[in-house]
Write a protein that binds this ligand. Sequence first.
Ligand code: NCD
Length: 316
Amino acid sequence: MKHIVSIDHIGEHEVRAIFSQARYFRGARDWEPHQISRSGLKHRVMVTAFFEPSTRTRLSFEAAMSYLGGKAIGTENAAEFSSIKKGESLYDNFKVISGYGDVIVGRFHNEGDAAIAASACDVPFINGGDGKGEHPTQALTDLFIIQDKLGNRESMTVTFLGDNEHSRTVHSLAKLLGRDARVNMTFLKPPVWKIDPVWNIHHGLKADGNTIRPDIFRDTRALHDILSQTDVLYLTRPQVERHNHGSCVLEHQRANCFVLGQSYVDKLPKHALILHPLPRTSELPPDIDKDPRAAYFEQARNGLYIRMALLQMLCN
Ligand code: NCD
């Protein structure tokens, strides 16, 4: 049974196959919508159970299944409207749900819950985000636009600016990019935050056998210098729902390094990309949208094609 709990569960070969299928779907949506719905998912059912709010992930999965000719059922607020509310265990809940569909997609408050859900499922399970753990389908969406826009470069510098500690999209993307020796990653943090040895990124990259450069974690005071060397700037919002004390939130609000003003954007090379998994808050002002390097809405749109390709791979 193929479950996608972590980006580690999607091999290099599969990434390439998903990207090529996603490119086909992106083109075909405009000129051949009938071909797409004949793709063989006609009588398949996808069940979604989301315990955390979602716009892009849930709706793009549902749209993906509909475009492929299948059906999507589910609950957008599983914490309130599933039997978990009555005290049912997560394991039992997903055991039952997996009897009602051909593929299951779940989102959870806690890191590790996706693995429990997957262990209960008798059909493929996809993690739509588990706490500060992982978000594998967003990582695919992110790498897809990077490859699309920047192509095959000899080397590439990706700078992560935002709540790198609590952002699951960062954790999955870092692992995915970490497979490519040509990619240099830099993670910025506000000066007051300590680099904790249990920091997810550190752990995840180490566990995957990556060598960690001593300067992979930098302080936002170095931001101006780093931006001029950056090919991809990946922003995230403060994940306030995962901060267990108020000081991180305050620090984010105080450190205006975390608001991407035009003076920062001006430092980026002309070919650079500004990405954000969205939703954005004040860290990414709408004024930046008109900059030709701003690619986040296109990034979100591509999520549909990536999820179509993934569903087709898992359901066939
Ligand atoms: C992200 C998520 O839920 O992790 N959004 C998404 O799925 N595109 C990012 C976030 O909530 O900040």
